[in-house]
Design a protein around this ligand. Structure first.
Ligand code: SAM
Length: 394
């Protein structure tokens, strides 16, 4: 695996040059055979692609369409009619992705500040200098169920543009078949930097709706940035035993991100997974955050009305309405029941309601995910939490 010492930046020349062509995915479509659950990554990818093509993109990830264009689904694949062209779906996917990008960037900024402070407090001149030179010992970002999402590249670009210099070990993980497809479609960001320009998320701009989409620029970047990014793509199930111990260090801050994963797990599976990840990371006093999206019980009960789920048989199982109680609270109970020796350390930080991120008025801005019944459902109190993004720390 290679380690880069470069910072992403836009390079207008690269648009016409071989640098762009050599790093971009080759144009030929790739035959892809995926299970229905794996295919859900195409719906979110399409959401980001449609967002980038819209007059007022929220996320502006202009690579998404290029990747989507190359996916040639084997028969039995997701029918285009299951990928609704309604802009409210793309608003939803893009706003959710942008919120998570923004929190991720926040985490990296704080890690940078903390490292500098720790070095200062210790009064070790040498360490302080080292921290400034190479971005400190760094953090690990574990991006579960990455699908074909370019979060690593978007966040890295935002760090470059914002002068955030911290060493990052980034691990993208998805099922083996998805990882294979991803490898064929998306260049290794260590070999080439992918820049989606503009916009790039800044913490304060997560709700901004007036950004313009820009060109995708694929270029070998060169800059004086002192941060190192190390990238790994892992083909495994989140439930597999080995990868966590083998790949995720316990001695540095850990950020866990999962977008579009937890709604499909049963509650017990979801809570056990969170418990396992947090236990691993905090067993030697480590700390970090976990952030992910959930759907409310209104969707787990009625998602059978949605074409995607009706036709594929995919089920959304874990509905969350009260994030603090249903995640941190239940995990604490679980640990108490098991007479865990260690104090359970997951603390609720914040929740963002998807409805607050979407442009337009609440009910009319929401994706019509329950078909013609959506306006009626939107009158129920539980509609408020139909989509949420949660952040916890440990
Ligand atoms: C809705 S997609 C989201 C993909 C990506 N996060 C995005 O936003 O575009 C759900 C993803 O979860 C992955 N997934 C489902 N079960 C998984 C498991 N047990 N282990 C790893 N990934 C899983 C699927 O393969 C798929 O890529």
């Amino acid at each position: 695996m290679t380690t880069t010492t470069t910072k992403l930046k836009t390079d207008s020349n690269a648009r016409e040059t071989g640098a762009s062509a050599s790093a971009s995915p080759s144009p030929s479509p790739i035959k892809v055979k995926l299970s229905p659950v794996e295919q859900t990554m195409l719906t979110t990818l399409k959401g980001r692609a449609d967002d980038a093509a819209s007059p007022k993109p929220i996320l502006g990830d202009v690579q998404a369409q290029k990747i989507l264009d190359r996916v040639d689904l084997d028969d039995g694949g997701v029918s285009p009619s299951l990928l609704p062209a309604d802009p409210r779906y793309s608003h939803y996917s893009a706003a959710r992705a942008k919120q998570l990008d923004s929190w991720c960037l926040d985490f990296l900024i704080k890690a940078q500040v903390q490292q500098a402070q720790q070095a200062k407090e210790k009064g070790k001149k040498e360490e302080e200098e080292k921290s400034e030179q190479d971005g400190g010992v760094g953090v690990t970002v574990l991006h579960l169920a990455c699908g074909l999402d370019l979060r690593a590249m978007r966040v890295r670009q935002a760090c470059g543009e914002g002068g955030v210099e911290v060493n990052v070990q980034w691990i993208d993980l998805d099922r083996p078949e998805v990882a294979n497809v991803r490898r064929r479609l998306i260049p290794d960001p260590d070999a080439s930097d992918i820049s989606v320009s503009p916009p790039s998320p800044k913490p304060s701009e997560v709700n901004s709706k007036e950004k313009k989409s820009g060109e995708v620029i694929l270029s070998k970047s060169s800059s004086s940035s002192s941060s190192n990014w190390e990238y790994k793509l892992v083909g495994a199930s989140v439930f597999d035993e080995d990868w966590l111990e083998e790949l995720v260090p316990r001695d540095r801050p850990l950020l866990i991100i999962a977008e579009g994963l937890f709604p499909y797990l049963a509650e017990e599976q979801a809570l056990s997974l969170i418990q396992r990840l947090v236990d691993h990371a905090s067993s030697t006093g480590g700390h970090g955050q976990i952030m992910f999206d959930t759907v409310g019980t209104i969707l787990t009960r009625f998602h059978c009305l949605m074409p995607l789920y009706k036709k594929t048989g995919i089920k959304m199982a874990w509905g969350v309405d009260d994030a603090e109680k249903q995640v941190a609270g239940k995990l604490k109970l679980k640990a108490n029941k098991a007479h865990s020796q260690r104090r359970w350390q997951l603390r609720f930080v914040e929740v963002t309601l998807l409805k607050d991120l979407l442009p337009g008025r609440f009910a009319s801005a929401a994706p019509p995910c329950l078909g013609v019944w959506t306006p009626l459902f939107s009158l129920l109190p539980s509609w408020r939490t139909y989509g949420q993004v949660l952040r916890f720390e440990f």
